[in-house]
Design a protein around this ligand. Structure first.
Ligand code: OTD
Ligand code: ZN
Ligand code: ZN
Length: 352
């Protein structure tokens, strides 16, 4: 115990998968991420979704206007792929620096994904263009057919959609977002070395399994998509995240909803981890005896995959802990419940 590090200095991390919404919710949640992360890939599943370069640019301007004074946080924008997406528009957005990537949601796979792609066949010309210009495709990897069990949706997607996609587009850069299964880990390991496939891993999927959703009663705040899987999958994800392999990196998928929308007869999917994201990841890496690999996962692997430099500055984490805020007020009427609300964590991010 005596040689356990008390302090950890790492390059400033980035969040390669984040939902921050718009309006009052954006203004409430954004400062929490901006305090920790240098950059974040901003998910486009607004209502209505950000589909075009112009819409992504307007959303970026709203985010920049909501940043605390002096913040150097950089939002990296994505466009929501639809059956009707215009390849010329995406290319313009990518070349002008407005767009970093394109997001593929199978129609109805998750919150606000009704406009998603109904079949890969409909977007072949767009994917060909992205492959040609080196624009990454970010994938929500679940099939949505009602006859596929919710716990099997990722594994079936890997087999029936992603594997053919990898074969059809051998040079397209793909990020399999928020992986939740051992099968996902295996596929990324298989294709990671060629530089065309990587995965983000959320901290909640490193911390909870499907039994956690029903521990002592139904736990709506632990409901997210893809849904947490059984314990063996959680352990495979922990081994992957802490392995140091460059094709796994940090993406919280922090997805805030008002408490009333979660605690409902039909509660929304999404877990809000942004308030203490890096502290939660640090705890997992510490538990796995892998604190020396946190920096690669949180701060180096993501930029390398996206072809960006790591952040120039650093953060300091200190053992001794912090308490997760109880609730986050949004606008006096709505509030969000952070993951592990009110609980003590082992690490604390030092203020600048
Ligand atoms: N999953 N909730 C949301 C998105 C993600 O699939 C996702 O990326 C959301 O609320 O936007 C969720 O459970
Ligand atoms: Zn998703
Ligand atoms: Zn997401």
């Amino acid at each position: 115990m005596t040689d356990a590090p008390q302090r950890l200095t790492i390059r400033r991390p980035d969040d390669w998968h984040l939902h921050i919404r718009s309006g009052a919710m954006l203004r409430a949640v954004l400062p929490l991420t901006a305090r920790q992360m240098g950059r974040a890939i901003i998910m486009p599943n607004l209502v209505p979704p950000a589909v075009t370069t112009t819409q992504a640019e307007a959303y970026r301007d709203e985010i920049l206007a909501a940043l605390p004074a002096g913040s150097r946080f950089q939002p990296l924008m994505t466009a929501y792929l639809t059956d009707g997406t215009d390849a010329d528009d995406l290319e313009r957005g990518f070349r002008s620096g407005v767009l970093t990537a394109v997001k593929l949601y199978p129609a109805h796979a998750t919150t606000n994904s009704a406009h998603g792609v109904t079949s890969i066949a409909h977007v072949v010309p767009v994917l060909e263009r992205m492959q040609a210009i080196g624009m990454p495709l970010l994938v929500h990897g679940e099939v949505t057919h009602a006859d596929v069990d919710i716990f099997d949706r990722e594994a079936v997607f890997l087999e029936t959609v992603l594997t053919p996609l990898l074969a059809r587009f051998p040079r397209l850069k793909i990020v399999l977002e928020h992986i939740t299964t051992a099968e996902g880990v295996d596929l990324v390991r298989r294709h990671g070395p060629s530089g065309r496939l990587a995965a983000t891993i959320t901290v909640h999927h490193l911390m909870i399994n499907r039994s956690s959703l029903f521990a002592g009663g139904i736990r709506p705040h632990l409901y997210c998509l893809p849904i947490a899987k059984r314990e063996s999958h959680r352990l495979a994800l922990r081994r992957a995240a802490t392995s140091g392999e460059p094709w796994f990196f940090l993406g919280t998928d922090s997805a805030p909803h008002p408490i009333g929308a979660k605690e409902s007869a039909c509660g929304c999917a999404g877990i809000f981890t942004a308030a203490t994201a890096i502290e939660l990841y640090a705890q997992v890496f510490d538990e796995e005896g892998a604190l020396d690999r946190l920096e690669a996962f949180a701060s180096l692997n993501g930029p390398a995959f996206y072809g960006l430099p790591p952040n120039a500055d650093s953060i300091i984490l200190e053992r001794g802990g912090c308490v997760v805020p109880d609730v986050l007020d949004v606008d006096g009427r709505n509030a969000v419940l952070p993951f592990r609300s009110g609980e003590r964590l082992d690490w604390r991010l030092l203020a600048e």
